[in-house]
Design a protein around this ligand. Structure first.
Ligand code: SAM
Length: 251
């Protein structure tokens, strides 16, 4: 049985898609997808030897060696263009994830890929920015809570209308008017346009937790007298006020 986090990712993969799971570790996700028939075949990519061995063991034990190819390599290097319909990347930071996607896209590795399902552990805004800049349309956003942590799962697809639809998605006019366009856009990238628009009930709990962490950092910064610390604290406090303002006006 998959964890709630991995199950949420699996549920967002379109049935019938050949999936490449990058940074697969134990290959639990591709094993589940192929075992349940949701994916006809899969590639599990891993950079590091330990997790690679774990992935191979898992796939062998599941008797799926003919359908799941475990490959060692950095990011999307393991993939040939046209081999996968969907790419999943989960359980790493948004910065690394965006770097993997950028490098892979530049090498043409995403050419035949129609769907991305991404679960950044932190730095979600970097992933949303990448998707937006590269013309991917965000079609689903979920929040899952597991062991006291909140995870966001994003699904994006290619669409000839992506720019127009993303324009609507990232339109800030539904936010409190005082926030303004530029800051509004930053907040949408940070908090998730679909989550905010539907008033996702878990946003409150997730951001209460994040705000607590930000408050803690502010208190640490306030112990320092340097202008840099004061500036950082003021910036963080502004961010916190904006986040609270947005949360207060959710549908
Ligand atoms: N995707 C699984 C999940 O969500 O449960 C495993 C997440 S695990 C925390 C992150 C995995 O990514 C590790 O196994 C690590 O070795 C792998 N990894 C890190 N950087 C990578 C890269 N550049 N290319 C491929 N795999 C990478």
């Amino acid at each position: 049985k998959l964890s709630k986090r991995l199950q949420t990712i699996a549920d967002l993969v379109a049935p019938g898609t050949r999936v490449a799971d990058i940074g697969s570790d134990h290959a639990l996700l591709p094993t589940y997808l192929v075992q349940t028939g949701r994916s006809p075949s899969a590639i599990a990519g891993e950079l590091n030897a330990g997790p690679l061995a774990a992935a191979k063991k898992q796939v062998k034990e599941a008797g799926l060696e003919a359908k799941i190819d475990v490959r060692q390599g950095d990011g999307l290097d393991v993939l040939q263009a046209g081999e996968a319909d969907a790419v999943t990347i989960a359980g790493m930071g948004g910065c690394l994830m965006a770097a993997i996607l950028s490098r892979g896209a530049a090498a043409g590795k995403l050419d035949g890929v129609r769907e991305l399902v991404l679960q950044p552990n932190v730095g979600e805004e970097l992933v949303r920015s990448w998707l937006l800049d590269e013309g991917w349309l965000l079609t689903a956003e979920e929040i899952v809570e597991e062991d006291g942590r909140w995870y966001e799962v994003l699904r994006a697809v290619r669409s000839s209308d992506a720019d127009a639809l993303n324009g609507k998605l990232y339109d800030t006019s539904f936010l409190p008017s005082g926030i303004g366009q530029e800051r509004g856009r930053r907040l949408l990238l940070r908090m998730g346009p679909l989550l905010l628009r539907r008033g996702e009930p878990l946003l409150g709990a997730k951001w209460a937790h994040e705000l607590e962490k930000m408050e803690y950092i502010c208190r640490q910064l306030s112990l320092s007298e340097t202008p840099e610390a004061k500036e950082k604290e003021a910036g963080l406090r502004r961010d916190m006020d904006e986040i609270k303002e947005v949360l207060a006006c959710l549908p």
